[in-house]
Ligand binder design. Structure first.
Ligand SMILES: *Cc1c(COP(=O)(O)O)cnc(C)c1O
Length: 386
């Protein structure tokens, strides 16, 4: 299916709503039935229609069709956050006594679920360095049910060889989940590389305007129907119709936003590599990135995020750089129109900084939609403060 068709036409039955170009926000919690037989029919199979908006809603349904098609998947579920998509997808695949193998540095809240919450219910997790596929093989036990991946991660961008790992998982009947927030389906389609369930934080590039929190899960109709009637409806973390509408609007411009952000990121990445205050630059499509070849093989692009490791001996130098930036906002998250920075040392308690730990000297930069020259000038004046 053409990307342009998915973005502009798929799922939009405009004759149902006055031929309006923008779809309506169907702000209704529930839907009425003419007969008991019709109501009984939907109660027996809520997955197939509109009963109650915790399950499905017409505005959300348009979004679901587009998000599934973008991933080349049969269906998509949309959540009130990316974290909910992680929680529901993981919960749906494990039971007491099961074991999970997870990539070493997944998104914080994925780690919390696997490391802190699930052990309370008898589910254990082994975290492995995902750069080496054999680490997954070594970690698999007879009770391993799930492999959880995130490729690339959103700080130092380590990749996993998705095809090799899904082949291994399939041979042992293990389900795979992959967090694709960084690439989005425009730059990587993990389902086509064998991943069973793909998730994303839609808060980032899909929304694109830093104005809503949401998550997406895609996969086969069989798997998603099972998740829908159980964990999805139980957890109740669905998306509100207005937020779904914002994501539909975000999708209209997503391709061009990612393209602009990627071009600026590449330009700024090359510039950063020449700055004397910068020790190292992390960006997966930089030819010097250790997994550049794998990145080229399984990714079509890399927009926005680039991390620098500063030459600094004390926290004050890193802080001076960050505090001096005028046109980058200091904040968590990324994927919006605005450029951001996030220093890793902000997560280190006061007095805990050690220059020997490279991570403490790392600052993640998100390049938004501004002019690259405007951003470089700001970075240059802030680097001079170090
Ligand atoms: C932000 C993020 C999430 C969580 O998504 P929320 O929408 O914030 O709940 C998950 N994975 C990655 C890689 C993220 O960047």
């Amino acid at each position: 299916m053409d990307l342009s068709y998915i973005i502009n036409q798929l799922g939009e039955d405009r004759e149902l709503y006055f031929n309006a170009i923008a779809p309506p926000i169907v702000q209704s919690s529930n839907f009425a039935f003419d007969t008991v037989a019709d109501l009984r029919d939907l109660l027996q199979d809520e997955y197939k229609g509109f009963l109650y908006s915790r399950g499905n809603n017409p505005t959300v349904d348009i979004l679901r069709q587009k998000l599934a098609a973008l991933d080349g998947a049969e269906d998509a579920l949309v959540f009130g956050s990316g974290a909910a998509a992680i929680f529901v997808s993981v919960l749906s695949q494990v039971k007491q006594g099961d074991h999970v193998v997870c990539v070493q540095d997944p998104y914080n809240w994925a780690r919390h679920i696997l490391e802190d919450l699930l052990p309370r219910f008898g589910v254990s997790t082994t975290f492995v360095d995902g750069v080496y596929t054999e680490n997954f093989e070594k970690a698999i036990r007879p009770n391993t049910r799930l492999i959880y991946l995130e490729s690339p991660n959103s700080f130092t961008f380590e990749l996993q060889d998705i095809e090799a790992i899904t082949r291994l998982a399939r041979s042992k009947g293990i389900v795979t989940i992959l967090d694709n927030s960084y690439c989005t389906p425009l730059y990587q389609q993990p389902g086509r590389l064998g991943v069973d369930l793909c998730l994303q934080s839609a808060t980032k590039f899909i929304s694109g305007h830093s104005d809503t929190v949401a998550g997406v899960l895609t996969g086969s109709r069989e798997m998603l129907r099972k998740i829908f009637v159980s964990e999805f409806l139980s957890v109740g973390s669905t998306i509100a119709p207005f937020s779904a509408w914002l994501l539909l609007r975000g999708l209209r411009t997503m391709e061009i936003r990612l393209k602009r952000s990627q071009e600026s990121t590449q330009e700024i990445c090359q510039w950063l590599k020449k700055q004397p205050q910068v020790e190292k630059v992390f960006y997966p499509l930089d030819p010097e990135f250790p997994q550049y070849e794998l990145a080229q093989k399984q990714m079509k692009g890399a927009a926005g995020l680039v991390t620098i490791q500063l030459k600094a001996t004390e926290a004050a130098q890193v802080e001076r750089f960050c505090n001096s930036l005028k046109n980058f906002l200091m904040a968590v998250s990324w994927g919006g129109h605005e450029s951001l920075i996030f220093p890793a040392c902000a997560a280190v308690p006061e007095g805990g900084f050690s220059a020997d730990q490279p991570k403490h000297r790392m600052v993640r930069i998100y390049i938004g939609l501004e002019e690259p020259g405007f951003l470089k000038a700001d970075l240059a004046q802030a680097l001079a403060q170090i």
